[in-house]
Design a protein. Structure first.
Length: 267
């Protein structure tokens, strides 16, 4: 009789508690390719009992601040060198737990058809964060417009320019906002997926592109180190890397132009 009362009490408690809460994680992204592909993954995850809330940020600082404060569980917007720089500058206890898309950045002009046409004292817009600014400067050097100090690589800054024969002036802009001012300058660093999202000009019209074979610039899933073994986050990463819908969303976000991106986990 006692055993029956215990069983009935347990059943009543379970009934009052209601159904088990769905597993839930919050993912921070930036608009465009990364947000669109995570939304696609979220739809797939829901069918597997995982509720993924996608939170979009318009800059490249807040997603790490939000992760540090616990407002989100994982973010997906930064490559490894950017992450390393953020950890160094802010002391974040972060790590990456999966790799995603790799964007092929470029230099764009809506005023000129070649680098030779860039005028003396021309205006150039470039990313304002250390790593992406360095990548842009390497493209400018590859185009023959500037020369950098030897061996600075992607860590170069405007202070590392040692030759600037056209006396170009530079405007530093948040990476996601570069597309907005491309028409106002002679030349601008550009990210194809932001250009696609803005629908202002052809993302395939770059005068030069970076290589897409350097995996360190692939976008990463980033978490606090104490969540590195989180099974729900691991499940999201697996869905992202195996879902045909995610691949389709990434392709669409890059105008279905395979020269503008690659799927880093497949290479």
């Amino acid at each position: 009789m006692k055993t029956m009362r215990i069983a009935l009490a347990a059943a009543l408690a379970a009934l009052l508690a209601g159904p088990a809460a769905a597993k839930s994680i919050k993912v921070g992204v930036t608009p465009g390719a990364y947000a669109d592909s995570i939304h696609a993954a979220a739809d797939e995850a829901k069918a597997e009992g995982l509720d993924v809330e996608v939170i979009e940020f318009s800059d490249w600082t807040t997603p790490n601040v939000a992760l540090q404060s616990g407002d989100i569980d994982v973010n997906y917007f930064q490559h490894r060198p950017f992450l390393d720089n953020a950890i160094k500058d802010r002391g974040y206890d972060f790590t990456d737990v999966g790799v995603g898309a790799l964007a092929n950045i470029g230099l764009y002009s809506l005023k000129h058809k070649s680098f030779a046409d860039i005028p003396q004292n021309g205006k150039v817009a470039i990313a304002n964060d250390p790593v992406n600014q360095g990548r842009g400067l390497l493209l400018l050097q590859k185009a023959g417009l500037v020369k950098l100090k030897s061996d600075v690589g992607f860590k170069g800054t405007l202070d590392d320019i040692i030759e600037n024969p056209k006396n170009l002036s530079f405007t530093e802009v948040e990476g996601p906002q570069l597309v907005r001012i491309t028409g106002d300058v002679d030349l601008a660093l550009g990210y194809p997926h932001f250009i696609v999202a803005a629908k202002t000009f052809d993302p395939g019209s770059g005068l030069i592109y970076s290589g897409i074979d350097d995996k360190q610039f692939a976008i990463r899933f980033v978490v606090k180190k104490d969540r590195a073994q989180d099974s729900d986050i691991a499940a999201l990463v697996k869905i992202y890397q195996t879902s045909p819908k995610v691949k389709a969303a990434i392709g669409k976000a890059f105008a279905n132009n395979p020269t503008l991106y690659t799927l880093a986990w497949e290479k």
